[in-house]
Design a protein around this ligand. Structure first.
Ligand SMILES: Nc1ncnc2c1ncn2[C@@H]1O[C@H](COP(=O)(O)OP(=O)(O)O)[C@@H](O)[C@H]1O
Ligand code: SF4
Ligand SMILES: [Mg+2]
Length: 328
């Protein structure tokens, strides 16, 4: 295990009171593993990812929980250690590559800055050689001439590859990719995912891939964490979770959840009705209860305990795999 998160809670202070963005999240990541984190917008995926690097906005705070990297509590890192940790141990890429680049810096200049931030003593020649190698590694063609180009001269897909090159500059063991393909079209998305797969094989890189699109990671991740309302609802090997979702929310994301006795034609597939709860007003009980077709009175009393079944952990009072619709 390279990274573990246990009972993480992150709160924000907002105009409408305390917003509980992350409520007891826990999972672990093995060396070279691809972990998918999936959930609708607002479920706490990005806040969790940032908390892993101890990057919480000023109005937020990690109020409980432990994050350990190679067995070491990251809350105990001093400023110097934290700087080295970010980028050289765990690096992160984001959704909109365009916004991460300074438009007045050439790609070569910004890569040089990143490389020197990790290793201040590098010579100009060494920086150039390493920049070229990094661009080659992410399959940017003609890297030597492209170093002199500016961000606006690249497509969104190429900028995302260059952002991955930045993330690799510190030779991290873990890459957190927060919706890295959401702004890209489908073919380009697939290219970025192929690249990440390749980097895992070549570098033994562990990857946390965050998305709201379950279909995107089903053939890519090894394990899946399904988040809802700041909590992990289901976690397990990707094939098992997708074949036989134990949590009604996962089944809903898969477009396969129907209430018992309902014919599929009465229940449009791939549409999850309702909206997530207001994070400033969490109610008692299962957070999915207002949207759950399987809800019972008992669901409203407390947050369901975690159950374990076939290597899958899930929070639902009803044991076993949930109803899956078929098209016949
Ligand atoms: N700086 C902030 N101040 C207040 N609320 C925030 C802040 N950042 C995130 N949130 C809230 O925390 C919750 C989780 O957000 P986020 O982790 O970004 O969701 P997502 O799963 O879409 O990545 C949301 O309700 C969001 O509005
Ligand atoms: S605990 Fe109840 S409301 Fe929550 S997911 Fe399970 S059946 Fe649905
Ligand atoms: Mg997000």
């Amino acid at each position: 295990m390279i990274l573990s998160v246990d009972n993480l809670h992150v709160n924000f202070t907002t105009g409408s009171g305390i917003l509980e963005a992350v409520r007891g999240v826990g999972f672990s990541l093995d060396k070279g593993e691809i972990l998918g984190i999936v959930g609708e917008s607002g479920s706490g995926k990005s806040v969790t990812a940032h908390a892993l690097m101890r990057l919480v906005p000023p109005n937020g705070a990690i109020i409980a929980g432990a994050i350990a990297y190679r067995g070491r509590d990251i809350a105990a890192l001093g400023p110097e250690e934290l700087r080295a940790f970010r980028g050289r141990e765990v690096a992160m890429i984001f959704q909109e590559p365009g916004r991460s680049f300074d438009p007045i810096y050439s790609i070569g200049r910004s890569l040089a800055e990143t490389l020197r931030a990790h290793e201040p003593g590098l010579s100009d020649d060494e920086v150039r050689a390493r920049s070229i190698r990094l661009l080659e590694e992410v399959h940017v063609s003609n890297p030597e001439s492209r170093l002199d180009n500016f961000p606006h001269q690249f497509s969104g897909g190429l900028l995302q590859r260059i952002m991955i090159a930045h993330a690799l500059a510190g030779d991290p063991a873990v890459l957190i990719a927060d919706e890295p393909t959401t702004a890209l079209d489908v073919t380009i998305q697939a290219g970025v995912i192929d690249l990440l797969r390749e980097l895992r094989l070549r570098r033994g890189l562990a990857i946390i891939f965050i998305t709201h699109n379950l279909a995107l990671i089903s053939g890519f991740a090894d394990r899946l964490v399904v988040m809802y309302a700041g909590m992990v609802m289901e976690e397990g090997p990707v094939d098992t979770v997708i074949r036989a979702p134990r949590h009604p929310y996962t089944a809903g994301l898969l477009g396969s959840l129907v209430p018992f006795g309902t014919h599929h034609s009465e229940h449009p597939l791939h549409i999850l009705a309702g909206t997530p709860p207001d994070p400033t007003r969490h109610e008692a009980g299962c957070p999915f209860a207002p949207r759950c077709p399987l809800v019972t009175d008992a669901c409203h009393t407390e947050v369901p305990e975690i159950r374990e079944d076939a290597g899958v952990r899930y929070r639902c009072i009803i044991p076993g795999a949930k109803t899956v619709a078929t098209n016949d």
